[in-house]
Design a protein around this ligand. Sequence first.
Ligand code: C5P
Length: 214
Amino acid sequence: MSADLVIAVDGPAASGKGAVATRLGQAYGLPVLDTGLLYRAVGVAASRAGVDPDDPEVTASVAGAVDLMALDDPALRTREAGELASRVAVHPGVRAALHAAQVGFSRRPGGAVLDGRDIGTVIAPWATAKLFVTARPEVRAERRWRQLVGQGETVTLAEVLEDIRRRDARDGGRLDAPMAPATDAVLLDTSEMTIDLAADAARRIVEAARANRA
Ligand code: C5P
């Protein structure tokens, strides 16, 4: 078995999983992939091409052609991109088109940190450590609202809470939903935690998982 350290950080929108993944990457010197950006890139590319995000076939071909390296486009961070991402993410063909790139990243020599919805279940079920990061919807909405307003978007807290609830329903409410925690994932509720506290707790979870494997 490989000694590479692969860390799966799953959870719903604005749960703190991105911050936790970034801190774990820094702590262990590992590359980090925010897989939500891949879905956002497909959603934005579809929209720019005038493609209906609810069309399973055409969005799958958009996903096959999208540049998965161009993830620093600020357009991917908008509220609209999040909504488009969650619509294209329901199509199995889109998920399949993004699968190999994510598995490839997870197999980097030395290891990697990936954050998303289905890392511990589908992309890297063999990961060394699996975290499922969550927080109460109201807390998540407030975090996402602050981020969006900081980016210059005009949106109310109530609208963001509505977005979060709709996305939770879409990401988790169907048979092939990607958002169920892996049975061996450790739950980390960040509702009452600062980023520093959440990062410390995440490291302890990773250390325990490593010790278990040794
Ligand atoms: O995490 P983020 O908010 O950027 O994800 C945007 C959307 O992409 C999610 O609402 C979800 O529908 C989808 N997604 C997914 N699987 C992943 C990452 C994101 O289905 N691994």
